[in-house]
Write a protein that binds this ligand. Sequence first.
Ligand SMILES: [Zn+2]
Length: 537
Amino acid sequence: MSQAKGGVVKRTLLLLLLLLGVGVCMTTPLHAQDLINGALTAMGGADALAQVKTLVVKGTVRHWEPEQSMVAGGDMRHAADSTFEMTGDFTAHAVRVDWVKNFLYPAPRTFQFSEIVTPEAGYVLGIDSNGRNKQNRESNPPGHAMSGLRFTATQRELRRASPALLLQMRNQPDKVSASPAITIGGVTYPALTYQPGPYAFIVMFDPQTHLPARIRTLDYDNIWGDSTYDLTFADWRTLGGVRIATSQRYELNGKVVVDIKITDVSANAPLPAGHFEVPAALQGTAPKPASGNVPYQWVLRRQFIGTYLDSDHPSFDTRATAGLQLVEVAPGVQHVVGGSHHSLIVELGDGLVVFDAPVNDGHSNWTIAAAQAKYPGKPIKYLVLTHHHMDHAGGVRAYAAAGATLVVGKGNADHFRTVLAMPFTRNPDLTPRDLSKPPVVEVAERYTIPDGKREVTAYLAENPHANGMLIGYIADARLGFVTDLWSPGAAPLPDKITPALAAVVNTVKKAGIAPLKFAGGHGATSDYAPLAALAGN
Ligand SMILES: [Zn+2]
């Protein structure tokens, strides 16, 4: 049944109930209008809000990323401290956000850029990521049209945080439906569901103040499966004549991952001419909003750490390449390249081993299908995860579903058992099934995969990137596999050795192995000798 039809049916039912003199229970649209009107009154009144035609909001933002932690399941990585100035034109439905994002991870750097979002498309003016897409790299000045995935994800978050959300809910009753009350931290919040687009918000109301308290979406996280993503509102004040929550926080599964402080608001101030203007070259190429499966957590959280590749495929730049591909880097060894993150497939006597499960299960599905086509009849017996970070382990479920034994570094086995036991009904790439008892090997120092044909070993690496990091080695090919400590061929070696590069050399020395080349979880394949020389070996 369509939303509109549903609304008509509900209104008809309500009318019948009223005519019959039946008491209206807590879940009827009448209750919905009470909640919405109560919130609007607490926010200063619907009329006052409707008078706001333009809004300029300034503030600061801190970001944390839970799945780039040093320890699996441990303290989140503090990712960025930023400032923003957001301009909204409620008549033109256009928003511009001017950012100064100071990233702390993976390396300290500042990106100053603007995002412009209109009802038709979204744009980035400037450089906002280490993972720049082809259009951004080739535009002068740098800029690009947002992918449909990012456009929809950005629209969702702008709409969620908009002071006009409650007005929209009041004006679109057919998109509002009842929702069970939700208890969080001992407080029971009456709630409504609002579906303004290809996504739904669960809007929770403060039972005391009637203000909106928390706006939830039900997302899929590639590590933790079915997840809640909440925007919480606190410290309501009147700034620039507008009643606004000056503390806004996003919680992922109850953990604060974004902390926004609003410092300055002005309403109905004249806007600079051309404030929402976008270069014509970008406009012509702008994708439409995505309407199908949008990997919201991937799109949003790769931006937390300034590494998002803005593309309509999460794994590769659709504007630059045709997609993922296999490159044979040694006999019976395929490097899965073409995307932002790579795996390595190694043929054994009676099966296959794959190193790393990047991005998501869609990426894994491609790799598994390509491996089966290349080596028919050889099952994937092992998945070696170099480390637990979401961009290199987010496709773990597809391998567990294929029956692979997980090989993980010291201290990570329980983490992955917990992860695989979580429900994942919202995973677009894998139907729900029980993965709660995966075979797991935890590598204390080294682990050689049992095989009659060749020697494939995972070595534990002491390193500054992630505890329990593994480096792979295929002895007969004299080929190593390394992720994030070194991206072979991605960039020239630096003049001076870094702690991450030194970790690779130290692991090789300790293992007593003699690699000729390394393939990377990023980059390509390159000779090991120059790195050893840089380390003075
Ligand atoms: Zn990493």
